[in-house]
Design a protein around this ligand. Structure first.
Ligand code: TYM
Length: 327
């Protein structure tokens, strides 16, 4: 039996190279080795206001981008979260097993809610419970994510353990898998902030569907520092981030990369990096255009994806309900 992997991605904003390097590229690599389920989490998206038509379109765009990046829907299951109603139902039950104190410790809620103050939804606070339900519903062993999701996956672990200790062995206790490099790609305009889907800072992220010229412009304008030497050094976040992106796209070793740029300037690094990124993403962009030429194609793939995983979700939820005494 292959181990089960589950991971999710939100259909909000534009997917960027942080999502690609921190998550998607790893998903592509492990799909043959594990039994993989990749989920476009539209229920998570509505924890903040969304325009209905745009959300629906984004959900399809993200699914198509996963497949265009190399996830084979015949091997892995790609689905939309709201197509499987068990996600919401399990969330409610798990809520009853999660102490408020655990939720209050979630740093992402603190960051996200600061901007919205009193307008912030109850669901944004409860976001990690839905994420735990996503993971636990499918008997997940491993959850490959970027660094920013580690705390949420740990909460899912804690919930599974608590449920099992109260109700008897029911849920598989999952673990987060975080890549050594690329798990935290930083913003190009401000390398002290992580690259994020926010549209407020147009120079922050290289989006997977950006035109080559947009990618070049954003990279050429990336914030660096006033030193000259080009080497991997976390105390110099701007140059370090550019080098990590270069490393991830080329697969070259750090020594080799540093040797390549010895004696060169930041403009040389940026020019080369821009070409590496443009070339690295162009096959995916071409596949995306092919895939989306007929919108019914993605629709069909997503229905098949949900159909493949539904029996697992039904089985887990039925067992959980029985253990809790529901029904
Ligand atoms: P989301 O949609 O913000 O991001 C999707 C994946 O991309 C990773 N990521 C990054 N990696 C490196 N550098 C960055 N700058 C960067 N930004 C994002 C994220 O860590 C993530 O792996 N809550 C999740 C979605 C989710 C989920 C789940 C994940 C819902 N249910 C169950 C795993 C398991 C989120 O908002 O990811």
């Amino acid at each position: 039996m292959k181990k089960r992997v589950f991971s999710g991605i939100q259909p909000t904003g534009d997917l960027h190279i942080g999502n690609y390097l921190g998550a998607i590229q790893h998903w592509v690599k492990i799909q043959h080795e594990y039994d993989c389920i990749f989920c476009v989490v539209d229920l998570h998206a509505i924890t903040v206001p969304q325009e209905p038509k745009a959300l629906k379109a984004k959900t399809r765009e993200v699914a198509a981008l996963l497949i265009a990046s190399g996830i084979d829907p015949k091997i892995a299951s790609v689905l939309v979260q709201s197509h499987i109603h068990e996600h919401s139902e399990l969330t409610w039950i798990l809520n009853c097993f999660i102490p408020m104190g655990w939720m209050r410790r979630m740093t992402q809620f603190k960051e996200k809610s600061q901007k919205q103050k009193e307008e912030v939804s109850t669901a944004l606070f409860d976001y990690p419970a839905l994420m735990a339900a996503d993971i636990l519903l499918y008997d997940t062993d491993e959850v490959p994510v970027g660094e920013d999701q580690k705390q949420h996956v740990e909460l899912a672990r804690d919930v599974a353990q608590r449920f099992n200790s109260i109700c008897g062995d029911t849920l598989i206790v999952p673990k987060a898998v975080i890549a050594e490099a690329g798990a935290r790609i930083m913003g190009l305009d401000d390398p002290t902030q992580k690259m994020s889907k926010s549209e407020e800072q147009p120079g922050r992220a290289i989006n997977l569907l950006d035109s080559p010229d947009d990618m070049r412009n954003k990279i050429m304008r990336a914030t660096t520092d006033s030193l000259r030497e080009i080497r991997f050094d976390e105390s110099r976040p701007g140059v370090n981030n550019l080098l990590v992106i270069y490393e991830q796209f080329t697969g070259q070793g750090r020594k080799e990369i540093e040797a390549r740029f010895e004696g060169k300037g930041y403009a040389d690094l940026k020019r080369e990096l821009a070409e590496v990124v443009v070339e690295g993403l162009s096959p995916m962009q071409a596949r995306y255009r092919e895939l989306t030429a007929d919108p019914s194609h993605i629709e069909r793939l997503l229905a098949e994806g949900a159909g493949k995983v539904r029996p697992i979700a039904e089985k887990t939820l039925a067992l959980v309900k029985e253990r809790v005494g529901l029904g």
